[in-house]
Design a protein around this ligand. Structure first.
Ligand SMILES: Cc1cc2nc3c(=O)[nH]c(=O)nc-3n(C[C@H](O)[C@H](O)[C@H](O)COP(=O)(O)OP(=O)(O)OC[C@H]3O[C@@H](n4cnc5c(N)ncnc54)[C@H](O)[C@@H]3O)c2cc1C
Length: 435
C-alpha cells in the first residue's frame, strides 16, 4: 500500500477530468490524475466545437496559448432528403468579436494543452495508467483506486470519476447502471484535409472564420441521428451519429451512413479533392435528464459524459463536461476548506451547484425529447424531411400548375403520409418535448 494520500484522484484527462483537476490543483489541493491513453486526448473524439464561456470560467486567458482552429461565424442546419436539402442559416459579423464565443478545435491537441495547464497548476498527471478498481472501506466508502501499473492501492479523500461515456469503473463498482443502448449514440467521424484558402473559398470565410453544418433527414436512414461538418483551419471534420439501439435493430453499418452523407450532392463538392487522414468512432451519451445516474456518494463524485451530462438537442457535451468538472472541483474545495469529510451529505453540495447551473436546467427542459425522437425516428428523420423537401421543390419549381393547386397537393401529401390526427399529434408532442 502506498503511503501517499491525495486530497483527490481524478480518473480521466478529458474535458471533465481536466476541468476538475485544474480547479482543485489551482486552489492548492493535492491532486493525482490518471489517464489510460498514451497522452491526454489520444483516446478522445469530438466534432469539435469548444464553447468559450465555460472554459473562461476555468482558465480566463485561454486564448493566449490554447490550440484553437477557427472561430465560428456561421451556423447552418440542413434538413436533407436523398437529393436536396432545405435549411436555416445564421451568420453574423458580431461573432468576429475579440472574445469569440465558439471555436473549432482538434481534441488531441487541445487535451494536451489543457493537461499542461493541469500540471502547471500542481497536479500529478500519470498517463498510460488505467484505474482498474475503486477501493472501499468496510462501510462502503470509496477510499482510493487501484491501477494496472502495480495494483497498489492509491488513497484519496475523494475520487472524481471523469472516465467518459462508458464509465466502466463506476459501473463495475455498482455506483451506476450500464447505459442503455437507446441512451447512447454511436458517432463515426473523418478528418478531410484541404488547403486553408480552399476551405475559405468553399464556405465564404476569411481570417480564421469558421462555419458549421448540422444535418438531419434521410441520411440517417430511418434512425434517430444527426450528421455534422465543421471547418478547421486546414481540415474539415465530417461525421454522423445514430442511436446504438437503432444500429442494432436496423443492422446498418455506421461507415455506410457516413459514405452516404459524404456523397450527398450537397456535401460532395464541399470536401472534393480532400485527403482523408483520420477515422474515428466514439459513443455519445444521449439519454438526457432521465438517464442521469446518482452523481455523488461517500468518497466519490461523477462528472461529464460518465454522468450522461450531454445535451443532444443542442449538440453540446464538452461544455457540460467542463462545467460539471469545475463545479465538482469547487464543491470538493469548499468541503475541504471547512475541514469537512468527503461524505455523501457534504458532497451533495456538488449536485446542488449543478442543479443551479445551465447544465441541469437545459437537460431538464428537454427531458422528454430523447424518448420522443427514439420512438418516432421514422417520422421525424424520414417522412417529414421528404415531405418538406417535396413541398419546397413544388413551391419553387415554376410550371403551369396554378399555385392554389400546388398548395392543395402539398397539404394532401402531408395528410396522406401522416393523417390529420397524426400531424396534430406530432406537432403537439414535439412542442411539449421542446417547451
Ligand atoms: C463524434 C463526436 C462529436 C462531438 N462533438 C461535440 C462538439 O462539437 N461539441 C461538444 O461540446 N461536444 C461534442 N461531443 C461530446 C464531447 O466530446 C463529450 O461530451 C466530452 O468529450 C466529454 O468529456 P469527458 O471528459 O466527460 O469524457 P472524455 O472526453 O471521453 O474523457 C474521458 C477520459 O477518461 C479516460 N479514461 C476512461 N477510463 C479510464 C480509466 N479507467 N483510467 C484512466 N483513464 C480513463 C479516457 O481515456 C478519456 O481520456 C462530441 C462527441 C463525439 C463522439
Amino acid at each position: 500500500m502506498t503511503e501517499e494520500n491525495f486530497d483527490a484522484i481524478v480518473i480521466g484527462a478529458g474535458m471533465a477530468g481536466n476541468a476538475a483537476a485544474y480547479t482543485m490543483a489551482s486552489r492548492g489541493l493535492k491532486v493525482l490524475q490518471l489517464e489510460r491513453g498514451e497522452y491526454p486526448g489520444s483516446k478522445n473524439v469530438q466534432g469539435a466545437i469548444l464553447y468559450s464561456n465555460m472554459l473562461e470560467k476555468i482558465i480566463p486567458d485561454f486564448r493566449d496559448d490554447a490550440p484553437l482552429e477557427r472561430h465560428l461565424v456561421e451556423q447552418r442546419f440542413w434538413m436533407m432528403d436523398n437529393t436536396s436539402h432545405m435549411g436555416m442559416q445564421y451568420r453574423s459579423d458580431d461573432f468576429n468579436e475579440s472574445r469569440h464565443n465558439r471555436y473549432t478545435i482538434i481534441r488531441a491537441q487541445f487535451d494536451k494543452w489543457f493537461s499542461r495547464k493541469v500540471r502547471d497548476a500542481g497536479a500529478v498527471v500519470l498517463c498510460e495508467t488505467t484505474a482498474t478498481e475503486l477501493a472501499r472501506d468496510t462501510d462502503g466508502r470509496v477510499i482510493g483506486v487501484r491501477t494496472d501499473r502495480t495494483g497498489d492501492l492509491i488513497l484519496a479523500d475523494v475520487v472524481v470519476l471523469a472516465e467518459g461515456v462508458s464509465g466502466l469503473l463506476g459501473t463495475r463498482a455498482g455506483l451506476r447502471e450500464t447505459p442503455k443502448p437507446e441512451h447512447l449514440a454511436l458517432a463515426v467521424k473523418e478528418m478531410h484535409f484541404l488547403p486553408e484558402e480552399v476551405i475559405d473559398q468553399r464556405f465564404g470565410l476569411s481570417a480564421n472564420e469558421g462555419c458549421v453544418i448540422e444535418a438531419a433527414g434521410t441520411i440517417s436512414r430511418d434512425m434517430a441521428g444527426l450528421a455534422f461538418l465543421y471547418t478547421n483551419k486546414e481540415s474539415i471534420s465530417i461525421g454522423i451519429g445514430c442511436l446504438v439501439s437503432d444500429f442494432a435493430s436496423t443492422r446498418q453499418p455506421p461507415y455506410e451512413l457516413l459514405e452516404g452523407f459524404k456523397n450527398h450532392p450537397s456535401i460532395r463538392p464541399l470536401i472534393a479533392g480532400s485527403e482523408v487522414k483520420e477515422y474515428a468512432a466514439h459513443l455519445i451519451p444521449e439519454g438526457g435528464y432521465n438517464a442521469i445516474p446518482q452523481l455523488f456518494g461517500n468518497g466519490w463524485v461523477v462528472v461529464g459524459d460518465a454522468a450522461q451530462l450531454n445535451n443532444a438537442v443542442h449538440r453540446e457535451g464538452s461544455n457540460l463536461a467542463m462545467t460539471s468538472g469545475r463545479l465538482a472541483g469547487e464543491a470538493i474545495h469548499q468541503v475541504k476548506k471547512r475541514q469537512g469529510q468527503m461524505t455523501k451529505e457534504n458532497l451533495a453540495l456538488y449536485k446542488s451547484m449543478l442543479d443551479k447551473s445551465f447544465v441541469i436546467k437545459d437537460l431538464r427542459k428537454y427531458k422528454d425529447m430523447p424518448a420522443l425522437l427514439h420512438t418516432n425516428s421514422r417520422n421525424f428523420f424520414m417522412t417529414y424531411p421528404q415531405l418538406l423537401s417535396q413541398a419546397a421543390q413544388n413551391f419553387i419549381r415554376v410550371d403551369s400548375t396554378p399555385k392554389i393547386d400546388k398548395e392543395r397537393a402539398a397539404t394532401a401529401t402531408f395528410i396522406k403520409a401522416r393523417s390529420r390526427w397524426g400531424l396534430v399529434s406530432d406537432a403537439v408532442r414535439f412542442a411539449f418535448a421542446w417547451r
